[in-house]
Design a protein around this ligand. Sequence first.
Ligand code: RP5
Length: 278
Amino acid sequence: MSNVSLERDHSTTPERKTHIKARTQIPAVYPPRFPVDASATWHNTDRNEYTPSYFVTGKVLARDTTLDPTNPLMYADPEDVSRVDFTTRLSYEGPILFDETGLPLNPIGPTGIRGRGLLGKWGPNHAADPIVTRINDENKLEMIAVKRIDSGEWAIPGGMVDKGERVTQTLQRELSEESSANLSFEKAVPVYQGYVDDPRNTDNAWIETDAYHLHIPSDVLIQLAVHEDATEETEWMELREENIDKLYASHADLVKKAISMWEKENHAYVASTGEVNK
Ligand code: RP5
């Protein structure tokens, strides 16, 4: 264990990340979250008054890699956190902090639920998000989007980084599994690395992502289709403001950042209707 200090106080630093869904939303199987104020940090939370439920799903416990180390379907840490080697676990948010019982602490602050919930790893759970855009026949910017089975929300076709996988491989694999599109991300533009405001996050397990943007020429033929049990629907979604704002977790922020970088690079302007002006 590398650090037990709780001195970092994100509430007063300008880089405090969005932490709304991780405090106020829950997947259907979670117990209610203990109420947590928007300004709450580990620094200013009274541990005697803060008494959230502890929750981990049966699926996470059953997928413990130590139960069957050679089985590729196993992805979760053991429930006993003292068996996890945190020296090799990277968080993009800085050194991982721990509470007095050895549980890693969400780098942005309390979430109102302890344990891992639906997340397999104690601490950061690494994901990758492929933002694929093109300009459609109506001169509007559009993105490959998927409708998630768990929440019914539209999202970037992202997913978790598998053990030993490079992020560019995850981007290609997840896009293909969720939308059938097969594209290389070797030349994609890095957009964001860090904490994601995901409704599955807990005090002790959270998602961090690597988001990349790939803008493809309009004449590249791409057939979209849902395959595997990953998503309900997939489509080219026009990047109108109201579509972007409804995206899952932190995806609206990721897409907005990708658009703004693309505008600068291409001396272009994308209107709130998605229309591209060069
Ligand atoms: C989000 O969860 C990430 O941005 C990524 O898109 C996604 C990964 O989880 P799964 O799609 O694998 O459930 O927070």
